[in-house]
Design a protein around this ligand. Structure first.
Ligand code: PRP
Ligand code: MG
Length: 206
């Protein structure tokens, strides 16, 4: 039986595969997978999904391990074991607004994919806001007049910059994480130990 690893598609997937290759694992079948969502290598079963779904597969024990952004863990607080930080996917959560536009002195409207984090952030400030949930391209909301600001992750800052937005306040720092199913960690300890040790070593040298 091979360990099952759920991998967040997109940026994290690319960075993880580079990292995994640096640990001397063969990533060739993962790079040339085409549109396949499940790929078996000599040592592992990999499944590819959106971040929040990665946590669901790990929580249900379908996947033993998951590679996911810490932002997803902060927003959805899944019942998984937060095993270790990975040396990529560094970003911060920020409140961003249109450059040069006044922050209105009325009840503000904030657009975000991260409604729980947004709620907690403004609650802490004692400010009541309206929150509009979007699924992506959140930077459009202030430009198009849907919201006064956004709460979103900033990695390079390019998306904000290229859309005329600036950070007003940043308030959480994240990296990619390796998460684990709680009972897999116990029941499949011998099966998972080699890869967990390899990941730990890789993190230590970065
Ligand atoms: C993410 C995030 C920001 C951007 C940050 O969006 O929501 O928009 O990346 O990265 P940057 O600071 O390096 O530009 P993503 O590209 O994942 O798309 P989505 O928001 O449409 O899901
Ligand atoms: Mg985005």
């Amino acid at each position: 039986m091979k360990p099952c690893i759920a991998l967040t598609k997109g940026r994290i997937e690319k960075q993880f595969l580079e990292f995994f290759q640096s640990l001397n694992y063969d990533i060739e079948p993962l790079i040339n997978k085409g549109r396949k969502l499940r790929v078996e290598t000599d040592d592992f079963q990999f499944v590819f999904a959106k971040g929040v779904d990665v946590t669901t597969y790990v929580e249900h024990g379908i996947a033993d391990l998951g590679i996911v952004g810490e932002d997803i863990l902060a927003e959805f607080q899944p019942d998984v074991y937060n095993l270790l930080p990975l040396p990529f996917g560094n970003c911060r959560m920020a409140l961003a607004v249109e450059e040069g536009k006044e922050w209105p002195e009325r009840k503000r409207c904030i657009a975000s994919k991260y409604t729980n984090i947004t709620k907690a952030f403004f609650k802490e400030k004692g400010e009541s806001v309206d929150i509009v949930k979007l699924e992506g391209s959140v930077e459009l909301a202030p430009i198009l007049g849907l919201a006064d600001g956004i709460v979103d992750i900033v990695e390079t800052g390019n998306t904000l910059k290229e859309n005329g937005l600036i950070v007003k306040e940043s308030f959480m720092e994240f990296s990619a994480r390796c998460i684990a199913n709680r009972s897999s960690l116990k029941i499949k300890r011998d099966l998972l130990a080699p890869v967990i040790e390899a990941l730990q070593k890789g993190v230590a040298v970065k």
